[in-house]
Design a protein around this ligand. Structure first.
Ligand code: SF4
Length: 528
C-alpha cells in the first residue's frame, strides 16, 4: 500500500489477457468534480478518495483503472459454483487454496440460476452508497425467486480477532502488538488453550499517525488474505501468524494445542494413571492439577502423597500461579518440574513413592521416585506411564492460528441495498436476509447495527482489499426472497439475472470454497 490520494498508479495491474468489461454503470456515468481534470483521465467515485486516473493506469487502491477511457474494476468479480455432487475426498482436503482453482473452463452447473452465486469479491463499490450496489442478482432456490445484493464494503470500523492455539506465554494481557514497529492491536483474553489477539480497528486505522494507519491497513489486508504476518508483542513474544497455519512463536512452530488445563487433564487421565503412579502433577500456567488431592483421585481412593506444591491453592487438587508464565513446561517459565514442588510431608510421604510430572500437551514429562530422604530422584519413565503421556499428545489437536474478520456493515453501505436502511437491519435480525462475506456464513452480533464476523478461511483467497483513506475493503452479500426485497424498499429496477451478469461482467468462476458452508441462497448445506 502506498500513501497518496488523488493520483493514479502504474498500469502494472492491468491484465491485458482479461477482457476489459466496464464497471457498474453508475461509475461510468460519474461526473468529475474538478472541471479542470485532463481529458485523458477519469474520476473514480468508488470511494471518498476520488482518484483521477490517467488512461492505462490504476487508482490508489489498484482496484479501479482507466481502460480506454472507461472506469473499470480491474479484478474480475468472483462467481462461486455450487458442487453438483458430493465432493471427492481430495476436494474436501483441498478446501483452500488449491480448491479455488479457476474452473472457468469446466462445465458449469446445469442451472446457473440455482448453482452459481455472485460474490462480493471483485464486485466493486459505489460511493456514496445511496446508489444501488454494483450487482443485484436474481436467482432461484427451491422454486422461490431470490435476490442477492452484492458489493464490496469499505470498512473503516473493522478488525481481526485472532486465536492462537498455544500454551506458551505470548505477552501480558492488554500489551500492544506491533507490526513493522507500529502499534496495530493488543493482546486480549487467554481462552481455553489459546491466546486471543485483537488486531486493527478504527483506532489504529484512523486515530494515530498516517504511518500507523497505513501499516495497520497493510497488516489487516495481508492477514485477511491468508498471508503470513510478523507481529511483536511488547514485553512478550515474536509471532508469525497466518490463517489456517500453525503459529510460530519466537521462531518455533507450535505443534500441539493442549488437551485441557492441568485440572482437566487430571480428570481425563486419572483412571489410566491409577496403579501406575502414586502422584501425578500436570503443570499448567493457569491451573496446575495434583492427582491425589483432586476429586478424580479421591473418587479412585488414591491415598494422599504428602506433596507440597508452590503457588496458590484454589480448590482441592487445583493450584494457580505455581510459576511465572513463559515458554517452558505448560506455558510456565520452568524447565525443571521439581521447581514447583516445595517438598513432601514426612508424616505422609513414603520412600519409593512414584511421581509423574507432565505438561498439558505431554511435550514435557518426567518420572521420579522418592529416595529414603523423600527427595525425588529421576528414573526412566515406566512403559505404562509413557503410554499415558503419549495419549495426552494424541489427544492434543494441531495448533492453528484462526483469523476472524469483524466489521460494521450497519452504516451507509445499507443504502446500496434499500432506500430505507433500517428495514434491512431489521430484516437481518428477523433472519429474512442471509448475510455472507465472499459466500462464507457471517455471524451477526445481536444489538444494533449489522456487525458481522466471518472466518477468513471460508472465504475465497484474496477477498480483501483496501482504500487509502485508510480502510479495508471486504466482500458482503445480502440474500433474500425477491418479495422480501421488494417489501424492504430494495432497488428493484436494478435487479439483473445471473445470465446477464455472466454475459456482461468481467468474471471468474471458482469452486465453492468450504463444502461445510451452507449455500447462501438456499440457507441449506451446500450439498443439501
Ligand atoms: S482509492 Fe480506489 S476506489 Fe478509491 S477512488 Fe481511488 S481507485 Fe477508486
Amino acid at each position: 500500500m502506498t500513501e497518496h490520494t488523488k493520483v493514479d498508479h502504474s498500469s502494472d495491474n492491468l491484465d491485458d489477457t482479461m477482457p476489459s468489461t466496464p464497471g457498474p454503470t453508475v461509475l461510468e456515468k460519474s461526473k468529475p468534480r474538478n472541471a479542470k481534470m485532463a481529458a485523458n483521465k477519469v474520476e473514480c467515485n468508488a470511494c471518498p478518495v476520488l482518484c483521477q486516473i490517467t488512461e492505462g493506469r490504476t487508482g490508489a487502491c489498484d482496484r479501479w483503472g482507466n481502460v480506454d477511457g472507461v472506469l473499470t474494476r480491474i479484478d474480475p468479480v468472483v462467481i462461486m459454483r455450487r458442487p453438483v455432487g458430493p465432493p471427492a475426498p481430495s476436494a474436501l482436503e483441498a478446501a483452500s487454496p488449491e480448491q479455488q482453482a479457476d474452473v472457468g473452463s469446466v462445465a458449469l452447473a446445469e442451472d446457473p440460476e440455482t448453482d452459481l452465486f455472485v460474490s462480493g469479491v471483485g464486485s466493486g463499490t459505489t460511493y456514496p452508497d445511496y446508489k444501488p450496489a454494483p450487482f443485484i442478482v436474481s436467482s432461484k432456490a427451491n422454486g422461490v425467486d431470490m435476490v442477492t445484493v452484492v458489493t464490496e464494503g469499505i470498512f473503516s470500523y473493522c478488525s481481526f480477532k485472532v486465536k492462537i492455539d498455544t500454551d506458551r506465554y505470548l505477552g501480558p494481557e492488554q500489551s500492544n502488538i506491533r507490526h513493522k514497529g507500529e502499534i496495530v492491536g493488543h493482546v486480549t483474553t487467554a481462552e481455553y488453550g489459546s491466546q486471543m489477539l485483537s488486531l486493527g480497528g478504527v483506532h489504529h486505522l484512523t486515530g494515530g499517525s498516517k504511518k500507523e494507519g497505513r501499516v495497520t491497513c497493510d497488516m489487516m489486508m495481508a492477514l485477511g488474505n491468508k498471508q503470513a504476518v510478523e507481529l511483536s508483542i511488547d514485553g512478550g513474544a515474536q509471532l508469525v501468524v497466518q490463517a489456517g497455519k500453525a503459529p510460530i512463536v519466537d521462531g518455533v512452530e507450535e505443534k500441539r494445542m493442549r488437551v485441557g488445563c492441568g485440572s482437566a487433564a487430571i480428570g481425563i487421565f486419572a483412571k489410566q494413571w491409577f496403579g501406575h503412579a502414586d502422584e501425578v502433577v500436570v503443570v499448567d500456567d493457569h491451573i496446575t492439577g495434583v492427582l491425589t488431592e483432586h476429586q478424580a483421585g479421591r473418587c479412585l481412593d488414591i491415598p494422599p502423597s504428602g506433596i507440597k506444591m508452590k503457588g496458590r491453592k484454589s480448590t482441592p487438587g487445583r493450584y494457580f500461579q505455581v510459576a511465572n508464565p513463559g515458554n517452558g513446561w505448560g506455558g510456565t517459565d520452568i524447565s525443571d518440574p521439581l521447581s514447583i514442588i516445595e517438598g513432601f510431608d514426612p508424616e505422609v510421604a513414603k520412600p519409593g513413592l512414584r511421581l509423574l510430572i507432565t505438561s498439558t500437551t505431554g511435550e514435557h514429562a518426567e518420572y521420579f521416585e522418592l529416595d529414603d530422604a523423600l527427595q525425588p530422584q529421576r528414573k526412566p519413565m515406566p512403559e505404562p506411564l509413557q503410554k499415558t503421556v503419549d495419549r495426552i499428545g494424541e489427544n492434543c489437536e494441531p495448533s492453528l492460528a484462526s483469523v476472524l474478520f469483524l466489521g460494521g456493515a450497519g452504516g451507509s453501505l445499507r443504502a446500496g441495498v434499500t432506500e430505507n436502511p433500517i428495514w434491512l437491519t431489521n430484516s437481518i435480525k428477523k433472519a429474512l436476509v442471509n448475510v455472507t462475506c465472499g459466500g462464507a456464513p457471517a455471524y451477526i452480533w445481536a444489538g444494533g447495527g449489522i456487525t458481522v464476523m466471518v472466518d477468513v478461511m471460508r472465504m475465497p483467497d484474496n477477498s480483501f482489499g483496501y482504500v487509502p483513506t485508510p480502510a479495508i475493503v471486504a466482500p458482503i452479500e445480502f440474500s433474500m426472497k425477491l418479495e422480501d426485497y421488494e417489501r424492504l424498499g430494495g432497488h428493484i429496477g436494478d435487479v439483473q439475472s445471473i445470465s446477464e451478469v455472466l454475459a456482461k461482467a468481467n468474471h471468474r468462476i471458482i469452486n465453492w470454497v468450504d463444502p461445510a458452508s451452507p449455500w447462501p441462497i438456499a440457507g441449506k448445506p451446500v450439498l443439501g
